[in-house]
Design a protein around this ligand. Structure first.
Ligand SMILES: [Zn+2]
Length: 533
């Protein structure tokens, strides 16, 4: 038996098998049940969303010979319609039958009663392709067709249809299928076909299908031809010539890390896989744009390209200003592609400009820091000078730190959601370096986490949340372990400078608080302990 394309094999045969479009299915079922069928329907919506499939199911339903559930898909009428061989069900493609003559011929035939069924059903696909003359010829018939006649006009471009036609039809707007519906349907098909397709691969196919089930199944078909019964995300991107979101985020990360050699290699690798550079460029624009929207709205519902994890990674690397500059660069590059023979070179240059623009935060090296004590600790986003940190540490006490640590430990994470939950989790995992009445300095292992807490928008949310638990509002700032060590060294050296004159007078020494005492009161005597450990 010849191989049947998946989209044909899984084309819905009855309303129960239709993917999504629940509102339309229910309305049509009720209309048939209560005998309230319209004479003309207009099915509008993107390609592959089930317009002609539902039209055929409707044709089966009104002509089915079964006494029970309709359509039965087993009687002669149902089978004929399924195979497009029923004399009373006419499927027309207006793209190739768009003239006045065809329309007149149709109008002429409409008059005659059905040959074998109860209803004659005319399904006219891509109806917007008809000429004005053809529409005019049809108008009268659509307005007052014989009682045994039903028209179903399907179109992807309803705005091209004359209002005189639209007003005579009952209109249904088919929606793009949600990614979730497509993913679930693909998973079912894979199970029936005994194909092992990874979750990531299904997710990428659903993205590529852009709301159309027919496209989703065609892509799956191509992947099966390429990778047989075991499909992973690399197979999908190889077949379809797309870079995965992970690939694109990696490009951004290499820009952030200024890893120029790896960046160019990665781009070349993506290009070798046959990926369209124009599409890659617009995808990079979408990612930057989506991240900026997220930075301002903090609303995960605004995301379509990125998921929560991706967008937070992006937001931890770049601020909105940098991202908007990147968008400018990329749009500029996109406009140059029109006359370009080697688009890859243009994109390479663009990415290099992005590397150049991205001002990397200075990571404080301990040795360097000791030599140049005045060099500020630069924390991206919210930042303080060494002197400001010094003042914060001076005001801090071990007692306050213990109280704050207890409070933070007692916060119940599960009463938070989304971004708030992530922030609370990070704060709980962090070590409190020092606490005063007005400040908390946290320490975390890596810069990404520190940036996440210091990110200006996130920081306000964190301070607002913590205000509800702490005795009063406190400024929260987060440093890395390296920065913490540097700050302690800096604190010691500054502290000893102010103490030196006093140390020369032996009598006063007893009253002097030594650096060690001060540090002990801040961090505990046995080094820099973490309260609550
Ligand atoms: Zn039937």
């Amino acid at each position: 038996m010849a191989y049947l394309a998946l989209y044909r094999k899984y084309r819905p045969k009855n309303f129960g098998e239709v993917f999504g479009q629940q509102h339309i299915v229910e309305t049509l079922k009720n209309a048939v049940k209560h005998n309230k069928l319209a004479h003309a329907y207009l099915f509008c919506g993107p390609r592959g969303t089930g317009k002609t499939s539902i039209a055929k199911i409707l044709a089966k339903m009104v002509n089915c010979e079964s006494e029970n559930e309709k359509p039965c898909c087993a009687c002669a009428s149902c089978i004929d319609i399924q195979e497009s061989a029923h004399p009373d069900v006419v499927e027309m493609d207006a793209a190739s039958n768009n003239g006045v003559d065809e329309a007149r011929e149709l109008v002429e035939k409409v008059k005659y009663a059905p040959m074998s069924g109860k209803y004659k059903v005319y399904i006219i696909d891509e109806v917007h392709m008809m000429t004005t003359g053809a529409f005019n010829a049809l108008l009268k018939t659509i307005e007052e067709p014989p009682s045994f006649c039903i028209f179903v006009l399907a179109t992807t471009e309803p705005h091209k249809i004359p209002s005189t036609i639209i007003s005579r039809c009952q209109r249904f707007d088919f929606k793009k299928l949600s990614k979730k519906v497509i993913q679930n349907s693909l998973a079912q098909v894979c199970e029936k076909e005994k194909i092992n397709c990874s979750k990531e691969a299904i997710s990428l196919i659903a993205d590529l299908a852009d709301g159309g089930m027919r496209d989703a199944l065609s892509i799956l078909d191509q992947c099966i031809a390429y990778a047989q019964d075991d499909i992973n995300i690399q197979d999908v991107s190889a077949v379809y010539g797309v870079a995965t979101t992970a690939d694109k985020i990696e490009l951004y990360q290499l820009i952030y890390e200024k890893e120029v050699k790896q960046l160019i290699e990665k781009l070349s690798e993506i290009e070798t896989n046959g990926i369209d550079i124009r599409r890659l460029t617009t995808d990079l624009i979408d990612i930057a744009k989506e991240t900026v929207v997220y930075i301002y709205s903090k609303n995960l519902d605004t995301l379509s390209v990125l998921n929560e994890e991706n967008v937070q990674k992006m937001a931890s690397m770049f601020d909105s200003n940098t991202l908007l500059t990147y968008v400018d660069y990329l749009i500029d590059t996109l406009s140059k592609y029109r006359d370009a023979t080697n688009t890859l070179t243009y994109l390479e240059v663009c990415l290099l400009k992005m590397v150049e623009f991205n001002e990397e935060p200075i990571v404080v090296e301990k040795e360097v820091a000791e030599k140049e004590e005045k060099k500020p600790v630069i924390v991206e986003n919210k930042s303080f000078s060494d002197e400001e940190y010094y003042q914060m540490l001076l005001k801090s006490t071990k007692k306050i730190k213990e109280v704050d640590a207890k409070i933070i430990n007692g916060i119940f994470v599960d009463s938070f959601f989304g971004l708030e939950k992530q922030l609370i989790n990070l704060i709980k995992e962090a070590e409190i370096m020092a606490s005063s009445k007005t400040n908390i300095i946290l320490t975390v292992d890596n810069r990404t986490d520190a940036n996440f807490i210091n990110n200006k928008e996130n920081n306000i949310i964190a301070e607002n949340m913590m205000e509800k638990y702490l005795p009063n509002r406190k400024e929260i700032v987060c440093v890395t372990k390296e920065e913490k060590e540097f700050l302690i060294t800096y604190f010691k050296s500054e502290r000893s400078k102010t103490q030196k004159p006093k140390k020369t007078t032996p009598k006063k020494q007893e009253e002097t608080i030594t650096t060690e005492d001060r540090l002990a009161s801040l961090f505990g005597k046995d080094g820099f302990d973490v309260v609550g450990e």
